[in-house]
Design a protein around this ligand. Structure first.
Ligand code: PMV
Length: 339
């Protein structure tokens, strides 16, 4: 029998988006970002030591080799962690997602966060975050390792509301848990317009951001938007946060659509939904606001009081639309068991 380490790491939804990098090798983002960690939408990854020549990675029950499409990122990240932290043992990892992969629900955020925690817990034989910390791996250091796998993954190391600060140098970045989940019980209802893989990975698309004429003004305006969002989150004001969320998401998509080559993550269905959703809000049916990541799925951010009106409206107007209900969550969990 060997020890097996199980991690459940949530996805997160960015309020102020990380889009574009100052330095791709050092994963230095062009601007600060702010997110809410989710609860149900998560990746679960187990790890145990495996006496073989290479790591073994299984996803949703299927063993995926090193050269397998978008999963080469997993092996690359394991190689990075092993080299930078000095661990040689090979691992057997198995991962599942509670939501469709590559559909704009930041599966790379939860996936790379879970992978980082599981690998380091296994290598250091730590069954909890406090044991990891005693062995030199604080939560913030884990967040920095995770962001090297996928930028947004760093924010999934903390629960509640999380800020990733770009800092003045790549090595001055900070990832901070600002408020825990109890601060403001916000909900995220995801309108699922696509289950399929993204047309272009966000890693490739980040690199194109600088070619948009809108990108530099966006980066210049980010600090002011961040301040306004921080105030809204601090004072738990959905009426202030909501319009900022929508402007921010549309602005990121405007950048994407004006890069060379242009990138369209939004679909006509998603755009029509957003227009109808805004009209329904103007008609006073609910108070809820949307945001969108690098995919066509629409994240509706709202307070619990709006859930019923929102689901009634979607059931009436979009009877076949699948909704994923989630809310702010407390961050990743780690356990040790026997294999
Ligand atoms: O972590 P990446 O490289 O998949 O980039 C994520 C980018 C967005 O999800 C669109 C925004 C964000 O801040 O999460």
């Amino acid at each position: 029998m060997t020890d097996i380490y199980s991690v459940s790491a949530p996805s997160n939804i960015a309020f102020l988006k990380y889009w574009g990098k100052k330095d791709p090798l050092l994963q230095w983002p062009a601007n600060d970002s702010l997110s809410m960690t989710l609860n149900q939408l998560a990746s679960r990854t187990t790890a145990y030591r495996h006496d073989t020549e290479d790591h073994r990675f299984q996803f949703q029950g299927e063993v995926l080799p090193r050269d397998h499409g978008s999963f080469h990122k997993v092996y690359k990240h394991l190689d990075y962690l092993s080299e930078i932290c000095g661990f040689q043992e090979k691992l057997s990892l198995s991962s599942t997602n509670s939501f469709p992969t590559g559909a704009g629900i930041a599966s790379s955020a939860s996936g790379l966060a879970a992978l980082t925690i599981a690998a380091l817990a296994c290598w250091t034989e730590s069954g909890s975050f406090s044991e990891l910390s005693e062995k030199g791996f604080s939560r913030e250091s884990l967040a920095h390792f995770a962001r090297m796998g996928s930028g947004s993954a760093g924010r999934s190391l903390f629960g509640g509301f999380v800020q990733w600060q770009a800092g003045t140098h790549a090595d001055k970045q900070k990832i901070i848990g600002l408020y825990d989940a109890n601060h403001w019980p916000l909900h995220d209802t995801v309108a699922l317009f696509s289950h399929s893989e993204k047309s272009k990975s966000s890693t490739a698309a980040h690199a194109d951001a600088w070619s948009s004429i809108l990108f530099e003004p966006r980066v210049a305006g980010a600090p002011e938007r961040m301040n306004a969002m921080l105030k809204a989150v601090h004072s738990q004001s959905i009426a202030t946060l909501g319009p900022l969320l929508e402007t921010e998401a549309l602005e990121m998509h405007a950048v994407m659509m004006t890069t060379r080559p242009p990138q369209f993550y939004l679909t006509t269905e998603a755009v029509a939904f957003i227009a109808a959703f805004r009209r329904a809000r103007q008609d006073g049916l609910f108070e809820a606001y949307f945001t969108i990541d690098a995919g066509p799925n629409v994240h509706i951010i709202h307070e619990a009081s709006e859930t019923s009106a929102l689901t009634t409206w979607t059931a009436e107007h979009y009877p076949t639309l699948q909704l994923l209900q989630d809310r702010v969550g407390e961050g990743p969990r780690l356990e040790r068991g026997l294999n």
